[in-house]
Write a protein that binds this ligand. Sequence first.
Ligand SMILES: Cc1cc2nc3c(=O)[nH]c(=O)nc-3n(C[C@H](O)[C@H](O)[C@H](O)COP(=O)(O)OP(=O)(O)OC[C@H]3O[C@@H](n4cnc5c(N)ncnc54)[C@H](O)[C@@H]3O)c2cc1C
Length: 508
Amino acid sequence: MCMSKTDYDLCVIGGGINGTGIARDAAMRGLSVLLVEAKDLAQATSSSSTKLIHGGLRYLEFYEFKLVRESLREREALLKIAPHIIWPMQFVLPYSPQQRPYWMIRLGLFLYDNLARRDLLDGSKGLQLIGTGLGVPLDDRYKKGFSYTDCWVDDSRLTVLNAVDAAEKGAEILTRTACQKIIPHRDYWEIKIKGENDQEVRTVTAGMVVNAAGPWTRKLLEQSGLDKGMKPVPKIRLVKGSHIIIPRAFEGDQAYILQQKDGRIVFFIPYEGDYTLIGTTEEDYDGDLYEPRISDDELKYLVDAYNTHFKGEIAAKDVLWAYSGIRPLFDDGDSESRTVTRDFVLHQHLESRAPMISVFGGKLTTYRVLAEQTLNKLLLAQSRREVCRTAFNPLPGGEFGPLQFGALLDEYKSQYPWLPEEVVERYARAYGTRTDRFLRGAKAPEDLGKHYGDWVFEAEIVYLIKYEFAREVEDIFFRRSKLGLHVSEETMEAVGKALPKLKKDLLG
Ligand SMILES: Cc1cc2nc3c(=O)[nH]c(=O)nc-3n(C[C@H](O)[C@H](O)[C@H](O)COP(=O)(O)OP(=O)(O)OC[C@H]3O[C@@H](n4cnc5c(N)ncnc54)[C@H](O)[C@@H]3O)c2cc1C
């Protein structure tokens, strides 16, 4: 389908949620696609989010009605295509007279319920907290509140599954391969790429390019000399956000959303069964983009947030793990990082007759819409029209319908009674209907190959290498899964030792 004789119709730079979403959409429209990712898929911002597919209740305060409406629509669309890694979550919003007025919250929730059509998710309601289970963990000053429903997502798996689907539709996905430079020609683009283990830089050509390098979007343009185009290139605002993980702080599947003294909100979310996730912060950032770390101030802020609203008391020493990510926001010139828009801007470059777009800003929640609009723009520039189908085809493993996870789990539990229930549930959540690909035919744990410890078997690791682009221990234990939070050092070491041979056997 190449217009001129290029190696690919489209080259996508960046394997975060936006890059992989664009690659999937393009491959589904029949384009030949190359995606290059400098590290692992979802290595940067797309594994460091609060992990919500949400309208963003707080953005209503900044009159971001278009963004909220689009995000609310996407909640249901994404729940339908990925019902294994996305599920509804109830959010409890306690009311306190010292914070936003009651009528304002009621009005906000009314808009949230009605800005977009809702088929699957419950609307909001008022709640009594005092004397009820939902109120138990909270400070006694909270007598009543509200609840509403948004969705939880495994962010790094959402990214990986978009890449897997793109590859199954013909896209070439090269991880650990950096784009060094993008060079315009009259009718095509030349892209210089180099793999981690390559001696030489390689040149590929493409009829279209998307720069979806997240926090590195501007840097890549600068190193390609494309930052001072005929049309002003937008600026990027880098805002760090951190989360802490503590031992499970309350019973139940509900999350809490609580307003802080500075007007910001912090989420308290049940995480990975045994833990509570608390976040996030917002701090302008100019440090190392691959190694953002939680600062002492952020740690104190999140610990204080818990202690202010909950009956229990925690200290910094109770924090088991923390992670930070960089929001690559479109810089709209706003002075406060919390009020900078979360909407995205697609910047079209004019250095070639062949189209190129750089992505600025966005949210996980709107990645599919962002991809659809990017492809529409690129194809329009070439007077072509192929229809977007990403909202109708499930992501790999998601072929069982929204809100049907219980039925899938029961089926697997009865099919594999020799596996502990929590292991079956972990597989079903991560792999959905693809669980069969490595369990089918197995009658006992020995049939799953070598056991590395903690119910981690060779069959799953082989699946991750073969189909999900996993190459290193971190890929397996912190991005394809969060097993790293549950298993022993010995188990991770055993997998690490086995990896070189497995990779050689499977990948050559
Ligand atoms: C703390 C925090 C909380 C958030 N919470 C939510 C939330 O709950 N819900 C929500 O909807 N959104 C949330 N977001 C926003 C969301 O996470 C981001 O919008 C999204 O992940 C950005 O994805 P991306 O693909 O643009 O960037 P990234 O995920 O950063 O991907 C860019 C990729 O490009 C690669 N790259 C860079 N340079 C090159 C190069 N030269 N060659 C090849 N590859 C390159 C990088 O290695 C990286 O993997 C949150 C963000 C943060 C930081």
